[in-house]
Structures are given as C-alpha cells and as structure tokens.
Write a protein of this length. Structure first.
Length: 467
C-alpha cells in the first residue's frame, strides 16, 4: 500500500507541474517534458516501482504526451555511453565470477595490512584497482570489499555489539569514504558518471573522454585518498594500531583461492589492454571507448571467462540500460527544446555582479550539500547537473572547468548521510557506527574534500590546459 501512495504522489507531482501556466520563453512541449522529467526523478527517489520500471513508464508517457516525437523517445537506447557502462558491468561480473577481485584485495592486505592504518590503505588500494572495471560502487564496496572487511573485524573480535571501536568502526568508515573518491576518479567507476559526461556534452558541448576524466581526477583524487584515511584515523581512531593478524588472514584466504587460474590471468590481460586503450583514446588512436569495451567483453566470452548466460543474468547492466536511456533522452530534449538555457539565463541574474570564479565555487558547494535530500547519486546528477552546469557557464565559468567540478562533486557529495548512495545503508547497517557519528564525520569529510578538489583540482586542470 505504501508503494501505491508513492506512485500517486509521483503522478500528482507530474500533473501539478504540467498544469502550471507555461512561463514566457518556454514552449509547451518543453514544459510538458519537464513535468514528466521531475515526476520521473521523484519516482527514482521514492521508488514506488523499481528504477527500470519507472523509466519505462516515463518513456511511454513522454511519447504518448507528444512531448517529443515517438522515435526520439527511444533515442537514448542508441547512446554509446550507455553501452559503455553496460560493458563495464560485464567486466565486474568477470572479476566477481573468477575471484580475481577478492584475490587483488587479499594481496594488498597481505602486503600492507600490518597496521590498522596500513590495512585501511590496503582496502583503498584494492578499491582503486577494481574501480575502473566496476561501474557500480555498490557492487565494489558492498559485494567485494564489505564481506572481506566484515571477516577481518571478526578476526580481531570487533563486532557491532562488542568492541566496535577496536577496529571495525574505523575500517567501515574509511572504506565507505574512499569508495566515493575512487568512484569519482574513473568514468566507469560509478553508474552516474557517464550520465554526467553525456549531460556535459549536451549542455555545454564538453567532451569528457575516459582519459580526460581519469587524468583530471588523478591528482586531487590521490590527495583525497591519502588524507581522508588519515583524517578519520585522527578524529575517530581505532583502539588497536597494529594488525599482524590481517596479513595472516589474507594468506589463509589466498590459500583457499589457490593458484591464479588461467581465466584470472586472461581476464587481467584483457582488462589491462582495455584500460590502456581507454586511457589513450584521441592521443594514440581514435577507437571509440564503447567499441573497446565491446571488444573486451567479446574476448571474455571467447575465452569462457563469462558465459552468455552470465550476460543475460546481469540484471544491474540491463536495469541501468533502461533507466539511463530514459534520463539521457529527456535531458537531451530539455536542452534541445531550450529549457536548460531558459533556466540558466534566469538563475544567472541572481549571480550578476559576482565574478565567475566565486559564482562557480558557490554553485558547486550548493550542488554538493543539496545531496542531503537525495538517496541516489544518479537522481542527483539527472535532476541538477545540467541546470547547475548551465548556470555556471552562463556566469562566465570555463565550460570544461565547470563540467569537471560538478562531475567529481557528484560522487564526493555522498559522504554525509547514511542513505546517500547504495553502499551507505550497507556500511551503516553493519551497526558499527552510531548515526550522529556517521553524519558528523561525513560532514567533516565533505568539507575536507571541498578544500582539496576545488583548489587542487582547479590548479591541476589549469596545468593540463583544460581551461
């Protein structure tokens, strides 16, 4: 019954916006599409139905209402960026199925896990290595690393109801926060990143390739990855500082996994080749990133690393394909119909008299803290990214600078709450962290990340010649 009420609320939101008189300078089709778009975002947040179902309904309503032509309603399914993220899901399937993801994590723990801080950096390094091939931060943090962290806590006798501060609280908090940073560093590390890249192209004409995204995020990302675990170590320290049991635990788990299999070796080679080709697009070659990904998936099928049945069963990939396609289609036509430009021109009047640097920084900070009302990074990107980007560019900010800033903030904005993104309820739900502590440390981390990504990021992107 609760879902029925949520569905009625989404329909009511759409209807109320649709019947508001169309503002001057906006076409009826654009206003109608905006109503459907906002109703869809409400559906993604409230979830009266699964995201894919909400998206399909949105596509149908968009076409039937003639907000866009019939063929245009399906145009999102032909977007190459969407198929790139589907391919990345299939790579993640290979890492999980072969056990290569766990092996990588245990190897880092074995090498660097002798201290509690070193153990946190080991988990961070594993997350960083897995991030380019795992477009779901929930799959990476929740499916691969969380079970390992939970097992490590038990090894040290640190349980939610017994000695949580011994080591468990620290590892849980640290891995959650660094997962957001690794998600920001790669185009294929979080499902909404390609959406942001596509919206940047449609809204400001900015082409954020895989290589550009990675190179731009490298320096501020490394700063954050080094400083955030240290920060948490200082403000919420574990009770034990030495962890000689961790490498031994990792050795036992690696022994259970046995020698590296042929499929793991082949997957590693394929992944490194794909990664290299992604990173050198438009510098050494002009092969589209999606075609490279398709080639990698094809090789995984040929060498039996994954089977066609695995492809068909990868619900996350096909679910993403559907909801992603609907959002890209609607965002694209909101821009083509002139609504984004109209919004930017009106909001920019409030920023008149302010130089573009201050206007951009203020907009980025507002954008980040607006995530307190979101439970999905995807919904946040879809509803706010193009509008804020358009406002910043209209205020005079360099398009690439603004596009990158909002793109990276679309990940680190999830640091604050226990419902901000998929891994949040998993890690908070473990019971190691009291709610006030989660929010307090999350806010502190958000401030530190702002102080890293704005000054360091802006300077680094200027050195790269991006603005």
């Amino acid at each position: 019954m609760k879902n029925v009420y949520k569905g009625v609320l989404c329909i009511a939101i759409t209807f109320i916006i649709a019947i508001i008189p169309t503002p001057q300078g906006v076409t009826p089709e654009a206003w109608r599409l905006l109503a459907i778009f906002i109703g869809t975002i409400a559906g993604l947040i409230l979830e009266p139905l699964p995201m894919g179902a909400v998206a399909l309904i949105a596509i149908a309503v968009t076409a039937l209402s003639k907000a866009v032509p019939y063929k245009a309603a399906l145009s999102g399914f032909s977007n190459s960026t969407i198929w790139l993220i589907v391919s990345a899901f299939l790579f993640a399937c290979g890492f999980i199925k072969t056990g290569l993801g766990k092996r990588i994590a245990f190897l880092f723990i074995k090498m660097f896990g002798k201290t509690t801080l070193g153990l946190s950096y080991s988990l961070m390094a594993a997350d960083l290595v897995l991030a380019p091939a795992t477009p779901s931060n929930t799959a990476r943090a929740g499916g691969i690393l969380y079970p390992i962290i939970r097992s490590l806590c038990s090894v040290f006798g640190s349980e939610p109801d017994n000695n949580p501060r011994m080591i468990g609280s620290f590892l849980i908090l640290t891995e959650y926060q660094v997962n957001l940073i690794t998600s920001a560093m790669f185009l294929t590390a979080m499902a909404a990143n390609p959406l942001a890249a596509e919206l940047a192209k449609q809204t400001a004409g900015v082409d954020l390739t895989w290589g550009t995204w990675f190179l731009a995020g490298l320096v501020p990302g490394i700063f954050s990855l080094i400083l955030i675990p240290l920060l948490i170590y200082k403000i919420y320290p574990p009770e034990i500082k030495k962890t000689p049991e961790a490498p031994e635990f990792a050795k036992k788990e690696l022994k259970k996994l046995g020698p590296m299999t042929g499929k793991e070796k082949m997957l590693l080679v394929i992944f490194l080749v794909v990664l290299s080709l992604w990173a050198t697009t438009k510098t050494l070659h002009n092969i589209d990133a999606t075609i490279i990904a398709f080639a990698g998936v094809s090789l995984m099928l040929i060498f039996d690393i994954i089977k066609w049945e695995d492809v068909l069963k990868e619900k996350g990939a096909w679910n993403t394909l559907i909801w992603f396609s609907s959002l890209v289609m609607m965002a694209s036509y909101l821009n083509k119909l002139g609504l984004i430009k109209w919004f930017a021109e009106n909001v920019s009047t409030f920023l008149s008299g302010m130089n573009w640097g201050m206007a951009l920084i203020l907009a980025m900070i507002i954008y980040l803290y607006a995530h307190y009302v979101f439970a999905s990074m995807t919904a946040h990107v879809a509803s706010m990214y193009p509008a804020f980007l358009a406002v910043a560019v209209t205020a005079g900010a360099p398009p690439v600078l603004a596009a990158l800033g909002f793109a990276y903030f679309s990940n680190i904005n999830a640091s604050m709450t226990h419902y901000a993104t998929g891994p949040a309820p998993i890690y908070f739900g473990s019971g190691y962290i009291p709610l006030p502590t989660w929010w307090r440390i999350g806010f502190i981390v958000s401030v530190v990340n702002i102080c890293i990504w704005i000054p360091v990021g802006f300077c680094w992107w200027n050195i790269l010649g991006l603005w």
